[in-house]
Design a protein around this ligand. Sequence first.
Ligand code: FES
Ligand code: FES
Length: 173
Amino acid sequence: MNHITVNVDGVRYDDEVEPRLLLVHYLRETAGRTGTPVGCDTSNCGACTVLLDGVSVKSCAVLAVQADGSSVTTIEGLAVKGDGEVGGDWHPLQRAFREEHALQCGYCTPGMILAAADLLRENPDPTPGEVREGLEGNLCRCTGYQNIVRAVLRAAAETAEPTAADVPAGAAS
Ligand code: FES
Ligand code: FES
């Protein structure tokens, strides 16, 4: 057994784990983050995507011991209150997925949202093509891709920093 310390959604966990334990199983079975689903277990579908130190990873392709000393954000940690309590305001991507009807069965949704969060971190103003390319590792079996792309673009627009072109004439001082 190996001792690991992992920060999951702002909460510190100290655990003994088998070296072969996958991060997705650690998150679900030890940390109780069942919002992270297992879709394929073979790193093909992206359903298990989480952020590891801010970067999206397929958690079925990472060993729990590889997350030792790191921070993991799951879908449950995206809506965190200021005091660390889960269940705060929804993340703009969560709101946009709801508003654009970007989910059907919802199985791919946590992974889609976390992959999109990483995409927008790297490219806050993507084109529709860049969104499709950025999410190509995430499969939706309900094939709701049109609305997923729309939702990511909506979240990008809602979180965009105002540019000089957005400032009404005469408002600059
Ligand atoms: S469950 Fe991890 S990629 Fe499918
Ligand atoms: S909403 Fe069903 S798999 Fe994507």
